[in-house]
Design a protein around this ligand. Structure first.
Ligand code: UGA
Length: 440
């Protein structure tokens, strides 16, 4: 089987590479020639554990190819995935221009029956628009070639993308014909060996499933952040409350960790887009509006704690150390990272900031310029620091050398936005420790 994946962003590159890994002849397309040149020699533009080796291995085995021109490869492709970006418009709705441009290209160049699959996160109704765009080009060409448009949303997480793709919880596919269903079943067979289900449904339901999944997960997080803030006020401990509720399988223990708000390229964008889609259809997503508003508030919570401790008037000139900049561990992605909101607030108050992140230094610099110092070691940022803020829960921050920390810091003061440090240990060493959802 030969397939084409258009768009070598996060989803496209992981999708293409994982299909190649199971032996499917895959060509990844991107209009960015420089990116394609780099990918051909195994240089990948993102940090994702295991991906670079996988790209290299499959390129060498000639199962994975990179091209800029879709016209060259469409001829014998049975399936074409559209995995290009859908950046949010100013009003929060997803911008479909890239998706529809690809659809136009496909309509211009396809020569036999093809299953065209939308993989990017796209609003309900997009597959229909893709279908119309392809049909229009075929009519212009005067060709009568049959095709199907399917929706196959992606559920992988950054930092665990390969594991998620290779061993998915489920594969959701929206189809409109038996032929497309059969093709998609064949394609995904290698990923279903350990009993994970492929769930077929109609196209709009598949499109909606993606948004509903992300919106539900974002809701869990905002709900827990709200509960955490109330725990703090009432003298309860959210870590214990989390364990207490998580053992109920109807609630589940995953994705209920309070923190400093969700970020990344998916939750913020998808929650906004779903609110917008509802609005356009005269419906109000009341829960999701609250989810978003809690999240905006939560991104400022660590700053508030720092301000409450020192007093706003005393923040000028305070030396703040930061551990972690990326929106979550195992990625260099800074999109919608809560660290950016926090750092901007601290800078406005006149603080001096030194930050360390294991991989996101350059990406952070692109966003924050030289307004803060970037260090290459987690202890270096602590020299003479008035406090440490833990922003991303990288594993290397979980068991730090407290003895070294107390020697380096001007004050033994920590604000932990991810609740990862050992409260008892810190108490025994007389650190002043603040975290989320409990009074340590
Ligand atoms: C998310 C979903 O988890 C994936 O299933 C989905 O495919 C993806 O979006 C997408 O739409 O492409 P991702 O954005 O990579 O994946 O990251 P997550 O691991 O889900 O974390 C999202 C945010 O939630 C992070 O800021 C994280 O710190 C926060 N979070 C997560 C919490 O604050 N608490 C938790 O318990 C879990």
């Amino acid at each position: 089987m030969k397939i084409v994946v258009v768009g070598t962003g996060y989803v496209g590159l992981v999708t293409g590479t994982c299909f190649a890994e199971v032996g499917i002849d895959t060509t990844c397309i991107d209009i960015d020639q420089k990116k394609i040149d780099k990918l051909r020699v195994g240089e990948i533009p993102i940090f994702e554990p295991g991906l670079e080796e996988m790209v290299k291995r499959n390129t060498q085995k000639k199962r994975l190819h990179f091209e800029t021109d879709i016209a060259k490869v469409l001829d014998d492709a049975e399936v074409v995935f559209i995995a290009v970006g859908t950046p949010p418009d100013e009003d929060g709705s997803a911008d479909l221009k890239h998706v529809l441009n690809v659809a136009k290209d496909i309509g211009n160049h396809m020569s036999s029956y093809t299953v065209v699959v939308t993989k990017s996160t796209v609003p309900v109704g997009t597959a229909k628009k893709v279908n119309e765009a392809i049909q229009k080009q075929l009519e212009i060409r005067g060709e009568d070639i049959s095709f199907d448009v399917a929706s196959n949303p992606e559920f992988l997480k950054e930092g665990a993308a390969i594991e998620d793709f290779m061993k998915p919880d489920r594969i959701v596919v929206g189809v409109e014909s038996d032929e497309a269903k059969h093709t998609m079943k064949q394609l995904y067979k290698p990923f279903m060996l350990n009993g994970h289900p492929i769930i077929f449904m109609d196209v709009p339901s598949a499109e909606m499933t993606k948004y509903a999944a992300n919106a539900m997960l974002a809701t869990k997080i905002s709900f827990m952040n709200d509960i955490a803030n109330l725990c703090e006020i009432l003298g309860a401990n959210v870590n214990l409350v989390r364990k207490g509720i998580g053992s109920d399988p109807r609630i589940g223990s995953r994705f209920i960790y309070p923190g400093i708000g969700y970020g990344g390229s998916c939750f913020p964008k998808d929650v906004k887009a779903l609110i917008k889609t509802a609005e356009e259809n005269d419906y109000k997503m009341r829960v999701l509006e609250a989810v978003e508003s809690v999240n905006e508030h939560q991104k400022t919570i660590l700053y508030q704690k720092v301000e409450n401790h020192f007093g706003r008037e005393n923040l000028k000139g305070k030396k703040i150390a930061i551990w972690g900049l990326s929106f979550k561990p195992q990625t260099n992605d800074m999109r919608e990272a809560p660290s950016v909101v926090l750092i901007k607030r601290l800078l406005e108050a006149g603080c001096k900031i030194a930050a360390y992140d294991p991989v996101a230094k350059e990406e952070a610099r692109e966003m924050l310029g030289d307004s803060i110092e970037y260090k290459s070691d987690q202890y270096e940022v602590l020299i003479n620091a008035d406090c440490l803020l833990i922003v991303t829960e990288w594993s290397e921050f979980r068991f730090p050398n407290y003895r070294v920390m107390e020697k380096l810091m001007a004050q033994k003061l920590i604000f932990d936005g991810r609740n990862i440090l050992d409260i008892e240990k810190l108490k025994s060493l007389s650190f002043n420790y603040h975290c989320i959802g409990l009074n340590a």
